[in-house]
Design a binder for this molecule. Structure first.
Ligand code: ATP
Length: 312
């Protein structure tokens, strides 16, 4: 029996490695699923950020299933807006209203069925996808983590990143202290094989990745999962830091995070129903005002005041 013990142990080890490899593969497929259904046009040129990253949506309509556009039930209908270079625009609205779809279209995971999207005057259909993706830091709701060290997971945004750069990015993303409290700090394994990170921690890893890549444009899809107030504040602080001197488009679920946005778009049924600054929208006493009232009522212990400060 003893003679069998080593081979069995070996098999057990192999099985664990195989499982981990399968999880890596699963992560890869998740990433591949994010790959575009679009192609570069034959004479595609690299995107030139000559005006600092201005975004323009012009009468954009979209449906995942083309039949929905024909039947008049598209996900987005004639959406137009402009984000001046270096400004921050937030998109809010009810679930399924098409908020994340706007970010996906900007990143050109899909093409609009009608209308056009421009960055610094160049139609995103006409530029190379590699240059478009290099210009945009995309922070999804649920960042995919690799079964590797936390260092690898942050540095994934930039091949050959120096250790100091990774630590600096983690600091800005407000995740450095959490990492230093881990058993092997930056060498700690995360993901299925190692330490499981919370939703908020995963999002901060994604923020650190984006910081490292230093993109001109930032697209953030705020996590819908409930975060505790400390984590929420840390993420908001990290994003404020990251948003400096960049064009930012963010989908927000917590209105407290959008009060400082230069413009807020309220999406309803695929249309922009209201737009303006936080105070302008409150004055309108429309959809945004109702959402604000509901969120204020729901927050029993932490009450966002009208200027967006959380009162504890
Ligand atoms: P939430 O706040 O819940 O994240 P959202 O406003 O971001 O919602 P989207 O994710 O943009 O909404 O989705 C808009 C609509 O498109 C929804 O009805 C959704 O079910 C549908 N949808 C989203 N992704 C796909 C997809 N890949 N294929 C088909 N339909 C999709």
């Amino acid at each position: 029996l003893q003679q069998l013990s080593f081979p069995l142990q070996f098999l057990g080890w192999q099985a664990r490695e195989l499982k981990a490899a399968l999880i890596d593969l699963e992560n890869l497929f998740t990433l591949l699923q994010q790959q575009p259904t679009v192609r570069d046009v034959p004479d595609a040129r690299p995107l030139s950020l000559r005006c600092g990253g201005e975004i323009r949506f012009e009468n954009v309509s979209f449906a995942y299933d083309k039949g929905e556009l024909a039947s008049g039930r598209p996900v987005l209908r004639r959406v137009s807006f402009r984000v001046p270079a270096g400004k921050r625009v937030a998109i809010v609205g009810g679930s399924g209203g098409g908020k994340s779809t706007i970010l996906r279209l900007l990143f050109r995971l899909y093409d609009p069925l009608e209308g056009d999207i421009y960055i610094d005057g160049q139609n995103v259909r006409q530029v190379t996808q590699s240059s478009l993706r290099a210009a945009i830091g995309f922070i999804p709701q649920e960042a995919a983590l690799f079964n590797d060290t936390i260092f690898y997971n942050i540095a994934y945004g930039k091949v050959h990143a120096a250790a100091e750069e990774v630590v600096a990015a983690a600091r800005l993303a407000k995740i450095d202290a959490t990492i230093r409290a881990m058993p092997q700090q930056y060498d700690t394994l995360v993901g299925e094989r190692g330490i499981r990170l919370s939703g908020g921690e995963k999002q901060r890893v994604a923020i650190a990745r984006a910081i490292l890549r230093n993109p001109r444009i930032l697209c953030l899809d705020e996590a819908t999962s409930a975060l505790d107030s400390k984590t929420e504040k840390e993420i908001t602080a990290a994003l404020d830091e990251l948003g400096q001197n960049r064009t930012v488009m963010m989908v927000a679920h917590r209105l407290a995070t959008v009060v400082n946005a230069d413009e807020i778009l309220v999406l309803d049924g695929g249309r922009i129903a209201e737009r303006g600054s936080h105070s302008e929208l409150l004055e309108m006493r429309g959809l945004y005002y109702d959402m604000w009232q509901r969120q204020t009522e729901r927050a029993t212990q932490e009450v966002p005041s009208e200027n967006g400060q959380l009162l504890e």
